[in-house]
Every structure is written in structure tokens, then in C-alpha cells.
Design a binder for this molecule. Structure first.
Ligand code: HEM
Ligand SMILES: [Cu+2]
Length: 474
């Protein structure tokens, strides 16, 4: 099961991962700064808080996407012929987009949160100029275009190899009576991500262009609720897709340690086909409090929330347990991080489902419960998937220091998300620069746990970055 990959392709993957390490740490420090400010331990002006929040949000979403793309591209390249220039074009557009976004935020003062909710970017109340808003939106648009090209290339390659999207999802094996081997998990997952992310990115690019035109020509506008639907459809799908790309690391790497290849069984294929549909139609769970939304959409958002993440999660979690069980696997850093990631992903789905229930959403909507649940599957799911991949690609099973880093990450990470969930339960609103004195004890604990988490990631990053030159030459 050894990976055959050209030197250029490998170096491109390392460029993604190296960038991800550095940006991730910087954004985590932004996060710690916000949490320390909420705790009252650090006095920063409110406008700086919202700038940091905007940069942290958009940056983390983008970097999760880059990690997922690197993992998916690395493994999908074993089965289909992918284009290295397009892969590099994506990171090029990403870096240009990042410069525009950072400039718009920290020079231009743009701070409408990463969700750029229409028409908020145009209505700053004097906090930023319309020029800064246009630059921010253009930066996000460039990154979106990069990802769109990236997925179209994977789509083209998958179609050439498998003939149709249905075949790549294993439908002949699932619904027909084909006895041929189903496509491997990596191909199934990549096809799902291709379908949902192209839809999401087209929706996102459209609303970005509309928002830019609206700023330049204010007479041109659209219904804000339609704009919100387009943004949340894009945001929901894109961030979910980062998990569905990153989980490929679990399917590909764990079997290399257990010696049992991960096969696309019928339940596996069914789960991925269901999630392809569910991820697309569940997004109204972000709009449960918008009373003008059609009731059927809110109901669908709630009902599908119960189903959306579950099929793929169940086949992955049970699969991981089954593959690991009595396999004599040695728990080096790659296997430990990937196993931790599946657990974090599973753990994050529980508070997400709670919040996807309309009656509960009435209470928890826009409290810190929300960052509590999504940090669980991003910080404790996607991040360890990416870190596990980095240890794997650098052939590094880890030293005692790495293991200490792992424990710092686990204790810090779970402590950190627990402070968000706790605050949410107490009704503490999210996205508030200034907190009431009675909230600050939990905030301070949050900041302390965050610092511990970051310590863990610093150790992972040093371990990887110190080897990157050697792997690039190998
Ligand atoms: C040590 C690591 C991290 C710390 C300390 C941290 C801290 C924070 C804080 C304090 C907030 C604002 C909470 C509020 O609304 O009151 C936040 C929001 C957010 N974080 Fe993190 N975070 C970390 C890691 C991550 C990771 C790994 C991701 C994704 C991959 C992420 C994505 C986000 C997003 C999308 C938001 C929402 C921003 C918004 O509301 O517009 N964070 N984070
Ligand atoms: Cu969602």
C-alpha cells in the first residue's frame, strides 16, 4: 500500500501543510487573544476584537479547507490523474486572497465577521470604508474560485476514470447487482465533496459578486433573506466539506497500521450517498430563527440535522473501532491523532444536534454553545486529522515530547470547548467583545485551556516543520 507520488506533487502537498501550520498557529493566537479579552485579562478596543474575530473565522475556515484539500489530493492521486499546476494555482489564489483579506481587516478595519452577512459589509456605520469591504469580499471570492478550480479538476479526473458520478459513488454496487469491487473510500468521499462543494462554492461566489456590485452600485440589491440563504448554504457546505475531505486520512492511514484495508462496504456507500443529499438540504438549521423562512424549510433543517452527519460518522467511527480492535496496532502519533480526531468529530455532533432542534435553538441560538460545538469537530476533529497526516507524511511516529504535546492538546482542547458549552448553557452570547463580570471566571479558564492547546500545536508544528526540508528532498 505504499504511496507512489512524484516529487513535485509531494512538494506541493508540503507547501499546503507548511502554510497551514504557520497560519493555524497565528490564528489560534488570535483566538486566545479574544478569549483573554472576554475574560477581562487583556484590554483591547472592541473594534480590534471584531477584526480579530473576522480574521480568525475566515482564516480558520480557509485553512481547514486547505488541510482537507491537501489530504484529499494526496490520496486521490493514487486512483485518478490529478493536475499539479491546478493544485498549485489553488494555493496561489489562496495566498493572494489572504493578503487582500488581512489588508482589508487590519488596515481597512473591515470587521463584519467571516460570514459577511448581506448587506452588513456595505453598512459599517463608519467603522470601515466600502473600499475595504470590496477588498475583503474580493479576497474571499479569489479563494473560492481557487477551490472551485481544484474541485473541477478532481471531478474531471474522477469522470475520466469512473465514467459517471454515480459509478464513483458506488451506485452500481449499492443499488444494482454489480459484483465488481466498489470504488475505494477515497474516491467515494472525493466525489461527495465534489458534488456538494461545487454547489456551495457557486452559491458563495454568486452572493460575493452580488455584494460587491451592491457596494459599488447601491441601487442594485437583492432580498436580504435570499442573500442569507446563499451565504449560509455556502458556509455550511464548505465547512462540512473540510471534514469530509480530511476524514480520507483516517480511511487511508489507519489501515496502513492495522494491515486491514478499508473497503467500501454497502453501508459505507449508502452512508456517503445519504450524506451527499443531507449536507445540501440541512443548511436551513442556520436560519431557524428567521421567521420569514418557509416553515417546511425550518422543519427540514431540524429533521435532517438529526440525520445529516450521522451516517458517515457512524460508518467511520464503527469502522475505526473495528479496524483497530485486536489489530496489534502501535499507537504512534499518526494513529493516535487520527483516532482522537474521529472521537472529536463524533463528540462535536452531539451538541450540534441539540442546537439543531428548533425549541432548543430558541434558547441557545447565538450563545457560546455554537462556537462550543463547532470548535469540537474543527479543533478536535479536523485539526488532529491534519496533524496526523503531517506526522504520517513525515514518517514520524513521535518522541516523548510529541506525546506530551498530544496530552496538552487533548486536555487543553476538551477543557477549552467545555468552557464555551458551559457559557452557552448559562446564556452567554457569542460574538461579544465585552463580557459581564459574572461570566469572566469561565472565560479565564477558557483562555488557560486555549494556551495549553496551543502549546500542543506548537510542538506538533515544530516536529513537522523541522522535517519538512528533508521530506521534500526524499
Ligand atoms: C486554540 C485554538 C482556538 C481558540 C483559542 C479559538 C478561540 C475562538 C474565540 C474566542 C472565538 C469567538 C467566540 C465568541 O463568539 O464569543 C472563536 C470563533 C471562531 N473560531 Fe476559534 N478558536 C480556536 C481554534 C479554532 C479552529 C481550529 C477553528 C477552525 C478550524 C476555529 C474556527 C472559528 C470560527 C469559524 C469562529 C467564528 C467566528 C465568528 O463568530 O464569526 N477556531 N474562536
Ligand atoms: Cu450547518
Amino acid at each position: 500500500m505504499e504511496q507512489i507520488i512524484s516529487k513535485g506533487a509531494k512538494q506541493s502537498v508540503l507547501a499546503y501543510l507548511g502554510t497551514a501550520c504557520v497560519v493555524l498557529l497565528l490564528l489560534m493566537i488570535f483566538g486566545l487573544t479574544m478569549r483573554a479579552a472576554q475574560a477581562g485579562g487583556l484590554a483591547i478596543p472592541a473594534e480590534i476584537f471584531y477584526q480579530l474575530m473576522t480574521a480568525h473565522g475566515i482564516g480558520m475556515v480557509g485553512i481547514a479547507g486547505m488541510c482537507g484539500a491537501a489530504i484529499m489530493w494526496y490520496f486521490l492521486g493514487q486512483y485518478v490523474k490529478l493536475s499539479t499546476p491546478i493544485f498549485l494555482l489553488n494555493i496561489g489564489l489562496f495566498l493572494i486572497g489572504v493578503v487582500l483579506i488581512l489588508g482589508a481587516i487590519f488596515i481597512g478595519g473591515f470587521a463584519s465577521a467571516w460570514t459577511f452577512l448581506y448587506p452588513l459589509p456595505a453598512m459599517s456605520g463608519g467603522a470601515w470604508t466600502s473600499g475595504s469591504a470590496v477588498i475583503y469580499l474580493s479576497g474571499v471570492l479569489l479563494i473560492g474560485v481557487g477551490f472551485l478550480l481544484f474541485h473541477l479538476d478532481t471531478g474531471w479526473a474522477i469522470l475520466k476514470q469512473y465514467g459517471s458520478l454515480g459509478k464513483a459513488l458506488g451506485w452500481p454496487q449499492l443499488f444494482g447487482n454489480s459484483t465488481a469491487d466498489a470504488p475505494p473510500p477515497t474516491v467515494v468521499a472525493s466525489t461527495m465533496v465534489l458534488i456538494v462543494n461545487v454547489l456551495g462554492l457557486v452559491s458563495g461566489a454568486s452572493i460575493l459578486v452580488i455584494s460587491i456590485v451592491n457596494i459599488l452600485v447601491p441601487e442594485f440589491g437583492i432580498d436580504p433573506l435570499l442573500g442569507k440563504n446563499m451565504i449560509f448554504f455556502f458556509g455550511h457546505v464548505f465547512i462540512n466539506a473540510t471534514i469530509y475531505m480530511s476524514v480520507i486520512a483516517v480511511y487511508e492511514i489507519l489501515p496502513r497500521y492495522t494491515g486491514r484495508p478499508w473497503k467500501s462496504s454497502k453501508p459505507f456507500l449508502l452512508a456517503w450517498t445519504c450524506s451527499t443529499l443531507f449536507v445540501v438540504i440541512v443548511y436551513p438549521h442556520h436560519l431557524l430563527m428567521d421567521i420569514n423562512m418557509p416553515t417546511w424549510m425550518a422543519v427540514m433543517g431540524q429533521v435532517i440535522s438529526y440525520l445529516s452527519g450521522i451516517p458517515v460518522l457512524v460508518v467511520t467511527a464503527f469502522g475505526a473501532l473495528a479496524y483497530v480492535h485486536r489489530s496489534g496496532l502501535s499507537w504512534g502519533m499518526p494513529a493516535s491523532l487520527l483516532f482522537l480526531a474521529v472521537f472529536g468529530w463524533a463528540a462535536g455532533v452531539i451538541p450540534a444536534i441539540v442546537d439543531g432542534t428548533i425549541s432548543v435553538n430558541l434558547v441557545l441560538h447565538n450563545t457560546q454553545w455554537v462556537p462550543g460545538h463547532f470548535h469540537t469537530y474543527l479543533l478536535l476533529g479536523v485539526v488532529p486529522m491534519a496533524m496526523g497526516f503531517m506526522y504520517y507524511i513525515s514518517n514520524n511516529e513521535g518522541s516523548g515530547l510529541d506525546r506530551a504535546g498530544l496530552w496538552a492538546f487533548i486536555v487543553g482542547g476538551y477543557g477549552f470547548i467545555f468552557t464555551f458549552l458551559w457559557a452557552g448553557k448559562e446564556g452567554v452570547p457569542r460574538r461579544f467583545a465585552e463580557h459581564l463580570p459574572e461570566w469572566m471566571a469561565v472565560d479565564a479558564m477558557g483562555a488557560a485551556f486555549a494556551a495549553l492547546t496551543i502549546l500542543g500545536v506548537v510542538i506538533f508544528a515544530i516536529s513537522f516543520l523541522s522535517r519538512i526540508g528533508k521530506i521534500a528532498k526524499a
